[in-house]
Ligand binder design. Structure first.
Ligand code: NI
Length: 256
């Protein structure tokens, strides 16, 4: 059985932004009722630290993936190291992986190639994927439809209609800080209407800090402000949301 509480399904806590005070950040998370943090390693140099944390404390899970924004800078050696990590049983998901046409429009085909290669590996390993999609919703959808896998649309920013289509493919929808931003109409609509059995929450820290801490460095403890906001929006008890989020997380990542 698993613990029920707030959880952060996407946190980059082994990055350089946390190198000076990670212990404090972890303690803050525990003090604020978090029961789980999925550590996302987009930089391969972060993996050893993440594995050490996960080995010593069951609060942590680890995911590793080659991010589309790094596609241009990756070498064969990076792929080999990623491939080795992907097989590690302590690494329970592949991500974040995907497409980013906001920052990089000139290497679309290469991004797709890297994305598909990692989806195929995840399928072989029977591990879910954590998907990054920025200004690339249609291509992301087409690839996920063709290459059947399971996973989560992280920091989802698309429409409710598209969210429904992703859930039909077997994907969960994870909402981050922007749902609390005043003018973010789309995430609010998604938060209100998406099937609660397909919903996850995350900070994507160190960025995208939710209200009322917008502008500060983000950290896992702030996920509770995202959860509280969604509970109020849906007019349900916070505990009911926690139960759903923890169940969803465990179905996706532990019983894939
Ligand atoms: Ni991220």
């Amino acid at each position: 059985m698993y613990k029920v509480g707030w959880l952060d399904s996407h946190a980059h806590i082994c990055g350089k932004e946390f190198k000076d005070d990670l212990d404090k950040v972890i303690q803050n998370a525990k003090d604020n009722g978090l029961v789980k943090i999925m550590i996302i390693c987009s930089d391969l140099s972060e993996v050893e630290k993440a594995l050490e944390l996960a080995t010593n404390d069951e609060m942590f899970d680890v995911a590793v993936g080659l991010h589309p924004n790094d596609q241009k800078f990756l070498t064969d050696k990076d792929w080999d190291l990623f491939y080795e990590y992907a097989h590690n049983e302590k690494i329970i998901a592949i991500g974040e992986i995907g497409l980013d046409y906001h920052w990089h429009k000139d290497n679309v085909e290469k991004q797709k190639e890297l994305f598909i290669k990692q989806i195929k590996l995840a399928k072989n390993l029977n591990k879910p994927i954590i998907v990054h999609s920025r200004d690339a919703m249609k291509d992301t959808y087409d690839i996920l439809k063709e290459h059947k896998c399971k996973g989560v649309m992280h920091c989802y920013s698309g429409s409710y209609e598209m969210a429904k289509e992703f859930t039909k493919l077997g994907y969960y929808i994870s909402l981050a800080g922007p749902v609390t931003f005043k003018n973010a109409a789309k995430p609010k609509e998604v938060a209100l209407k998406v099937d609660i059995n397909k919903l996850l929450i995350e900070t994507d820290c160190p960025y995208l800090t939710p209200v009322p801490f917008r502008g500060k460095r983000n950290e896992p403890m702030y996920v509770k402000h995202i959860g509280k906001y969604i509970s109020e929006l849906r007019n349900i008890e916070e505990n009911e949301l926690k139960e759903h989020i923890c169940e969803n997380y465990n179905i996706l990542f532990k019983k894939f």
